[in-house]
Structure formats: structure tokens, C-alpha cells
Design a binder for this molecule. Sequence first.
Ligand code: DQQ
Length: 507
Amino acid sequence: MVKWLLLEFTDPNGPVYYKGVYHLFYQYNPYGALWGNMSWGHAISYDLINWVHLDIALIENEPYDINGCFSGSTTILQNGEPVIMYTGVDTESHQVQNLAFPKNKSDPLLNEWVKPSINPVVSPPDGVEPSQFRDPTTAWMGADGEWRVAIGSQRDGHGSATLYKSKDFRTWIKSPNPLHSSNKTTMWECPDFYPVLVNGKNGLDTSVQGKDIRHVLKASFNDHDYYILGNYDPESDHYDVDVNFLDSKRSLRYDYGRFYASKSFYDSEKKRRILWSWVNEGDTDLDAINKGWSGLQSIPRSIWLSENGDQLVQWPVEELEKLRAQEADVEITFGLSNLKDAEVLSDEVVDPQMLCTQKNASMSGKFGPFGLLVLASEDLTEFTAVFFRVFRIANSFRVLMCADQSRSSIRPKVDKSIYGAFIALDPHDAKISLRTLIDHSIVESFGAKGLACITARVYPEKAIGEQAHLYAFNNGTQTLSISSLSAWSMKKAQIVPTRKRRKPIIN
Ligand code: DQQ
């Protein structure tokens, strides 16, 4: 949704708040609209909405990163100085971890970055595949005052977060045990490890330990960002998880649509944790070349633990409301009654995406489908439906949230998947809300106040600009009420390009 006309643009890297300025670095190809020549682009903002692009922060120009400056993180050291740790792909295509320091730490814009001569500071250890060892987390300090960092790794074909410790952030020693691993997944890309409060929406700095805190581990694999919850002991570095990745009937994901390689950071100004993610394209490589760019960043989301502690909740940062004038940010709440009559779902383990595909927006049911048709052409030959269905499983109620792209465009060869997620419904509070942020080719939806999120990429041909309509609908037999509906059109965020650009290489 924050769109940057930027050639190829993927993972958010090292987001940080420093001296009153938000910084977002990102995987960037300065020479083309497809993946390659990975460097760190750099943009800054005072409000997370309007952005100015600065010159590229890191380019692949040293033996230890000559084949790419891959993803990584920023940590604020105890003296207040930021340091980047990123993955370099070296001359042998091995993945090593490197540092970069600001040239002038009193510059709030952090315009220039210097790679120290001690790079690389970490090389692939025995047992880890040298081409699968990347994406260091933001570091945190343990009970002994030493820094820790976890690095995405693949061991014997399985995902793992290798743990390193350091007294000075320069010399890193591998810990005997990984922070965590799983034999059900392959490589973990872009791991993220951070504390969350058991009660409350405030975020925490990565190094905060103590009572009433739980730890989230996110890993990117199988094209999705999965997370688990657990208790971390800062003395032993033992991470005791509730349920490991892919071990439960219901694996937790940040988003059930297009959302990958995300990274969070602690905003010390507003005491919140903010999540960024790469939203990739659903059209073809040729489309990317023709339009000259590919890849979006999601709207930044605040993230915290739900009241019952079962999962995370996400909500667009409050600054987004500054852009509201009247209709591409829609909030609607549906009131439900006679829930006992809801359709029965016998199989609790059914895949929500499959269920949304079987029961798409045009298939009438009892409670639902009801929701919004967005980016709809007047003749309804194009629309994206974001909707709910309510089911009963024994004595509990489950809401199925779907984003149906099957009719989103008359264009062939663009992805038209139907996405789905489940949300538990409290029968004593029988209403369900939906907030949807809509831009030309992206629809970001937040169900039940952020308990389930689905990001869709759609490419309408007719439902563009003034021709894009919005409808609320109910195709279920059960009557519902709309207890609130607000819609705002959004002003354009300002994205200021850098003046200093590298010239493309013409072969
Ligand atoms: N993208 C980066 C890697 C990371 C992957 C390379 C995830 O560091 O693992 O561009 O999208």
C-alpha cells in the first residue's frame, strides 16, 4: 500500500527509529524490476506515511558481499549508536554476516554507512549449509550483559535459528544450541525474535526481560510468515515454545494473503512494536518489466498479544488516519443474531483457504457470505470480495474470513487465488468487524479488530479510479444488521525520490 516506484523492491531491512526519524531499509535492485544485484535501499519518514528516499545505504562492493547485500537488522547499542548486521554473499557464494556503522552518528538521517575492516564477523558454522545462513535478527542483551543474535539457517534440510553471543558486537561466538529449530520446515528466512507484554498493547525493546512477558519467534518459509509464542529464559537462552511451527492444527501466520520476509522494530517514541512486510506481485515478470517496478511494502502495523494470549493482533498504525478524507479506508461492523442456527462445521482441521475456495463469494449460505465488494466495476464483471461466514463447531463459533480474488480482474495471467483464515467468535459479543485498506492493486483487510489479516494483490482493468465502486453485501439467508459503516478516501502519501541515483549498467 505504501507504494514506491522503485524498480525491484522486496524485504524490509533493519527498520529503526533514530533521533526523531523513522528509517526503513529494504532489499533493492538498482538495475531492474526483477530480483538481482541486491543492495540496501534507504528511506526516511517523520510519520511512517510520507517518505523521502535517500541514497542507497549498502551496495555489493566488497569480497564479503560482492554477490549481494542480503537482509538483516539494525540494533541500537548501549551508547545509543545504531549498527546494522546484514548478510553478505561472498566470492564463493557463501553467506556471511557483516556489520555497518553510520559514518556520522549525529546525523539523524544516517545518510552514509561504513563497513568496518573486521567484516565478515560471522561465517557459516559446521553443519549449516553455507548458502543457507542469513538474515540476522535485531540483537538483544541477555542476563549476562552480552549481546545475542539469531541467524536463519538450514541444517540437514531443516529450519533453525543459530544463536551467537558477543561482548562487544564485533566478536561473535556461536552458542552450543540454536535458539530454536524445527524438523517440519526447511530454511527459515528473516527470523524475528521479540518480547511482547502479556497484558497491554505497548511494545517492548528487544532486550527487555522480566515477568509478564512472552516471546514471539517469526520465521519466513513456504511463502508465508509463521510465528510461534513461548517463554524465553535470558540466562540459559532456552526458548520454551507453546507449539512449534506446523505442529498444531492451526498454524499461526501474520497474514493469510501475500505477506513475506517481514520485520518488526520497537518505536521508542510511541512505545509500540511496528511490523513491516514485503507484499509481492501476483502478475508476471513480463508485467514487472513493462511497468518498470515490482514489490510493495504493507502499511506498517502495530502488533501486540491478544487479550487471551493465544495469538498476535495487528492494526494499521494510527498515523494512517491522517490520510483519511472519505473511501479507500473502510470499516464496517456486522451484528449477528440467532447464532445457534449457524451451519455446522464438522471437521475442525479443515484448511480455511480451501474452505474459502469451495465456498466462494457467490455461494449462498446461512450466515454469509457477507462483507465488502471492493474495486468493483459498475457491471460487476470485476470485484474483489472480502467476506465472512459463520460456522458452529460443537458449542463454539468460528468465523471464516475470505479474500476472494477470483473475479478481481478481467485480465488473464494474474494470480486470482482465494485466501482464508479462521477467527474464534465470542457468542456473547455477536458482531464481527472488517477494516479494509484499498489502493490500485492492493487490498489489506483486518478482520475482528486485527485478529486475522489478509493482504491481496489485484489488477483490475475496469474498476480503476472513479470507476472503482464499493459495496457491502450479504448473500446468506440469515438477516444481519450493519451496526456501523465508515469509509474514507485517502490522500496520497508523499514519496520523494532520491536525487542521487546510480546509473543503470547497459551491457
Ligand atoms: N530475500 C533476501 C534474503 C532473504 C530473502 C535476498 C527473503 O536475505 O532470505 O534478497 O525474501
